[in-house]
Structures are given as structure tokens and as C-alpha cells.
Design a protein around this ligand. Structure first.
Ligand code: AHR
Length: 571
């Protein structure tokens, strides 16, 4: 049960009202007019958390299965509608959700990738063995990725290879991307050389610099990125990020490899090791990867489409642990860093650059579309729960990227040849757009929680076997969400995870009255509902219906298993 004592008192009052209404219903039609309320949402616009970074709505694409080849890249000669080889539906859909940042080329793939393999004439690029046991043709490389970002209108976020390349290659990748045409770094007195990397970039088709500011320094270095200890990684991070070339006014934002799920030991030791040396100033963000496995059982990953009620509640319960993961790592950073450094700490953001529900085999588009999976209403609810958590922690989370945009774990799009559809998750991304750049404010949700029917099983938190364990999780919030304000407009997003129970909820705003409201809801009778190529619109949002505030408050019934976005005008 949530939260403040005043709201708890009100809840008890409304619970007894509800009980009274139920008792009356048997004997009198008067019950129909009774104020039956299942939950309360109390919003306090005066209690601000932070501005919601639009970058928490970022994306990730990796050379894995059908993500790049067929998903993003169909090739210039393709019959599939494309813009310079990039699938047009992919671009249009990414534009429709206003993607702010796109991460590439991995994931685990990044730590065995040589960025030089993907530049120059395509017919001269080498074939290589890629990380995910598939041949890498290198037809999609750095320039194609930058064109993708330009077509979408987003910023690039590059993951650098720390496991199999030395720091020099990283420095040179930065130079290749960011040096002005024909120039050397601003800290160099030497004249521009004809073989300067900027000149190579120009010869390869891009005279203007890419101005990449966001750089991941390795990926999952505790696992596929090198099996390093936090102390070993801290040394590598410092070596990679010290004395990097800088160009123009673009400060580089370096993201250090963070924990696997809720592994606070990694975060704590990494921070101690990094801050133990005064040359630490390059750290901008700490990457966090948290996947919700389709099953709590170790080495089983569940099925994207076939799940029972217990598994539905269990997945959402474990997904809600994102809240704990964020808080735990934030606290670990705070306590690991000596107090003299604490004033700097707010400048270190959490970068949740891989998240989503990860299921086992069974719903792939085809065997070679490794890790592709279907997405149902269950995943839409997880998406809403996750964004609400990020927004409630707007002071901590600077960037987050869903894994991955297309043909993969928690995708917004599925594509195979000329067939294409969006998933329910796409719709949630669109419904949450108004939150971006708004001020996140405190919202207390008061509702009875749902016991997790599988809450006695220790949880695996990822789809791959090396991802760690979490303790049993007993319950799921009966209603959750987040609120943000821009002037007199308030955006409220709400997830009702009950499979059958609508949640009639009284919404009140401290110090203001609700003048009007409108909204959108995503809800289907069956939580297994999903889109596929034959039924691309089986799941889509609809209007939340007539919303009539009374006495400055709004009472609204959130349908079972739904995600709702309300736009509320305040006076
Ligand atoms: O997103 C798939 C994989 O999951 C990524 O390559 C890796 O970083 C994580 O383990």
C-alpha cells in the first residue's frame, strides 16, 4: 500500500465507502450513485523532482539477428521502400516516437567490432565473424549509422570496443567522427596532414563532422565485454578516457560500464576505484542493464505469447524492480564516493541503456532472427511501468535505451522482407511523449497491492544465463504511474495491472483544480493481444472517453490491464 499518512487515511475512508456501496448494492439501487473509489492519485506540483530528460526515450540497435540486416538496413537496391538503403518504415516509426538518441553497434557485438571495417566503399568492406555467431558483411557501418540518425533526427551514441582494441583506436574513432574537415585536434599545434582522419571521413562521403558526444566505453565488461573486475575496468576506463581529443564546443559524455542488474557491488567498487584517483573527471554516466526475464526460473526464459495469469503478474512484478535497481545504484554511488566528492555526484547520471522483457525461443520471426520475439499487451504494461519509474527518478536517470528498436528483445517494430508492423510497445512510447522536457512532480498512488502469485521463487533478471539473481518479490503495485507539469498542463500516465478489475480512481492536485482532461488508453480484453504482419492494428490505442472533473477533482476508471495517458488542464 502506498504512501503518505494523509492519503492512507483517505484510502481507508474510501475503502469503507466502497465496502458500504457493495453492501448496499444487494438491497438498493442507491448503490449506483455511491462514491465507490478503488484508488487515489494525489499530485503535488509544488514537489518537483527534476526535468524529465527526453533522452530516457532513447533506442538501441545492434548487429544481432535481424536487427540491422533486414530490420534497419535493406540496401539501396532493395524493392522494400528505403531511404539510401535504410528501411523507410523504420525511419518513419522512429520519427513518430521522436527518438532522441540511438545507440550502436552493440551490445556484446561492440567489443569485437572494428569501426574501420564499416567505412569506405561497400564492395571493399571485409566479411567478418560477428559476435552473435553470424557473418558480418559490414554493409552497414559508421556512415550508414550516421545517415540513419540524420534521417530520424536523433543523436548518435556510440559504444566503443574496449575488449579487443586498444585505446588508440578509440581516440582515432573520436577523431574520425568529430574532427572538423581537414583539421587536427584543437590541442595540437601540428598542421593538418593529408591523411588526417577527417580527410578520410570526407573521402568516404561525409565532409562535416558527426559531432558524437555520447560514448559508451565498452559494454558489459563484467561479462561479454571482457570478464573484468570493477577495479580492472576502472583502470581501462581511465586509460581510454584520459587525454581524448576534443573538437569545437562538443564536450564528450563518457559512459562507464555499470552493473549487471542489481549488482551494487560492481557499482560500489567501480566508484571507489575511479574516484580513488583524482583523474576521474571524464565520467558522465554509469550504464545500467536490467532485463526482465520471461520466467523467474533460472535458465528458463518463458514464452512471449504463452503465459498464464500468474506469469503475467510475476513478470510485471519483477519488471517493477527497476525502481529498486535505480535507487540501489544511486545509493551505492553516493556512499562509495567520499563526501568531498558528493557535490559532483549529481553530474553523474544513470544511463539505463538496455532494458526490456526478454523471453526464450519460440516466437522468433525465423531461426536466423536471433533474439527476435513477439510483444503483447503484457509488454506494453511493462513499458508504461518502466517509463513511470524513470520519470519518478528524473533526478537520477539521464538516458535510457530500450533493447532493441526492431526485431529483437523488447521491440517497437517487427520487419521481415516487405512485411512490417509495430508492437503494442510502440503505442506506449507515443502515449508518453508529452512528458518529455516537463517537470516531474510527486504523485502518490494509493491502491491495494497485488500479491505476486510466484513471489516465492528467486528471480533471474535477464535472458542470458550469466545475469544474476534477485530475492523473491512478493507484490505488485495495484496502480502506478507518474506525473509531470509544463505550465498549467499536467500529464499523468497510469498503469492498471489488474487482469479483470477496473480501478475507479480519484485524482486530486494539491493547490490547483482540474479544469478539463482528455486522454488515450491502450487496453485489450486479452493481455495476450499483439500485432503481427497479418493483423498490424490488432492492438492500438483509443480515446480514454469522456472525462468530467467535479469540484476540482477527476474520478476516472482505469480499465483492467491498461496503460493510460491523461492530459489535464489546471486552474
Ligand atoms: O541486447 C542483447 C544483449 O544483451 C546485448 O548485446 C548485451 O549487452 C546484453 O547482454
Amino acid at each position: 500500500m502506498t504512501r503518505t499518512s494523509s492519503s492512507r487515511r483517505r484510502f481507508l475512508k474510501s475503502s469503507s465507502l466502497a465496502a458500504a456501496a457493495v453492501a448496499l448494492r444487494g438491497s438498493s439501487l442507491l448503490a449506483q450513485s455511491s462514491a465507490q473509489v478503488d484508488a487515489h492519485i494525489d499530485i503535488d506540483p509544488g514537489e518537483t523532482i527534476a526535468t524529465i530528460s527526453p533522452e530516457i526515450y532513447s533506442h538501441f540497435i545492434e548487429h544481432l539477428g535481424g536487427v540491422i540486416y533486414d530490420g534497419v538496413w535493406v540496401g539501396e537496391g532493395s524493392k522494400i521502400a528505403n531511404v539510401g538503403g535504410i528501411r523507410k518504415d523504420f525511419i518513419d516509426t522512429m520519427r513518430a516516437v521522436q527518438v532522441p538518441v540511438l545507440r550502436w553497434p552493440g551490445g556484446c557485438f561492440a567489443d569485437s567490432y572494428d569501426w574501420r571495417d564499416g567505412i569506405g566503399p561497400r564492395d571493399k568492406r571485409p566479411n567478418r565473424a560477428g559476435f552473435w555467431k553470424q557473418q558480418e558483411s559490414n554493409q552497414y557501418g559508421l556512415h550508414e549509422f550516421m545517415r540513419t540518425c540524420r534521417a530520424i533526427g536523433c543523436k548518435p551514441y556510440l559504444a566503443a570496443n574496449l575488449r579487443t582494441q586498444p585505446a588508440r583506436d578509440f581516440y582515432q574513432e573520436i577523431e574520425y567522427c568529430n574532427a572538423p574537415a581537414g583539421n587536427l585536434p584543437s590541442n595540437s599545434a601540428a598542421p593538418a596532414a593529408p591523411d588526417a582522419l577527417a580527410a578520410q571521413r570526407e573521402a568516404n562521403g561525409d565532409r562535416e563532422p558527426f559531432n558524437v558526444d555520447l560514448w559508451g566505453v565498452g559494454n558489459e565488461s563484467w561479462g561479454c565485454g571482457g570478464n573484468l573486475t570493477p577495479e580492472e575496468y576502472a583502470m581501462e576506463f581511465r586509460r581510454f578516457t584520459a587525454w581524448t581529443p576534443t573538437y569545437g564546443d562538443t564536450p564528450l559524455r563518457f559512459v562507464a560500464v555499470g552493473p549487471n542488474g542489481d549488482d551494487v557491488d560492481w557499482t560500489s567498487r567501480l566508484f571507489k576505484a575511479l574516484y580513488g584517483n583524482p583523474e576521474r573527471r571524464h565520467l558522465w554516466g554509469l550504464s545500467v542493464h536490467y532485463y526482465t526475464s520471461g520466467s523467474p526460473t533460472k535458465f528458463a526464459a518463458g514464452d512471449a505469447l504463452k503465459f498464464n495469469d500468474d506469469e503475467f503478474y510475476d513478470l510485471l512484478t519483477r519488471g517493477s524492480l527497476m525502481d529498486k535497481v535505480i535507487t540501489d545504484h544511486w545509493n551505492a554511488m553516493s556512499s562509495a564516493v567520499p563526501s568531498a566528492l558528493s557535490r559532483e555526484q549529481p553530474s553523474v547520471k544513470l544511463v539505463v541503456d538496455e532494458w526490456g522483457a526478454w523471453y526464450g525461443k519460440g516466437t522468433e520471426l525465423a531461426p536466423e532472427y536471433n533474439l527476435s520475439q513477439q510483444s503483447t499487451m503484457r509488454d506494453a504494461l511493462l513499458t508504461g511501468i518502466t517509463f513511470d519509474i524513470f520519470q519518478r527518478h528524473a533526478d537520477k536517470v539521464g538516458v535510457a535505451a530500450v533493447a532493441q528498436s526492431i526485431n529483437c528483445i523488447h521491440s517497437l517494430m517487427l520487419a521481415q522482407g516487405d512485411r512490417f508492423c509495430v508492437t503494442p510497445t510502440f503505442h506506449v512510447f507515443q502515449m508518453y511523449l508529452p512528458h518529455r522536457g516537463a517537470q516531474s512532480v510527486r504523485a502518490d498512488f494509493t491502491a491495494a497491492s497485488i500479491p505476486n502469485p510466484m513471489g516465492n521463487t528467486a528471480s533471474q533478471v535477464g535472458g542470458n544465463s550469466y545475469i544474476g539473481q534477485l530475492p523473491p518479490i512478493k507484490s505488485l503495485a495495484g496502480l502506478s504511474g507518474s506525473a509531470s507539469v509544463k505550465g498549467k498542463s499536467l500529464t499523468l500516465t497510469v498503469v492498471n495491472p489488474h487482469l479483470t478489475q477496473p480501478m475507479t480512481t480519484e485524482i486530486a492536485v494539491r493547490g490547483a483544480s482540474i479544469a478539463s482532461a482528455k486522454g488515450t488508453v491502450l487496453a485489450e480484453k486479452d493481455v495476450h493481444a499483439h500485432n503481427d504482419f497479418a493483423h498490424p492494428d490488432a492492438v492500438k490505442p483509443r480515446s480514454a472517453g469522456a472525462l468530467s472533473p467535479a469540484g476540482g477533482k477527476l474520478t476516472h476508471s482505469f480499465p483492467p490491464a491498461s496503460v493510460t495517458s491523461l492530459e489535464i488542464a489546471l486552474v
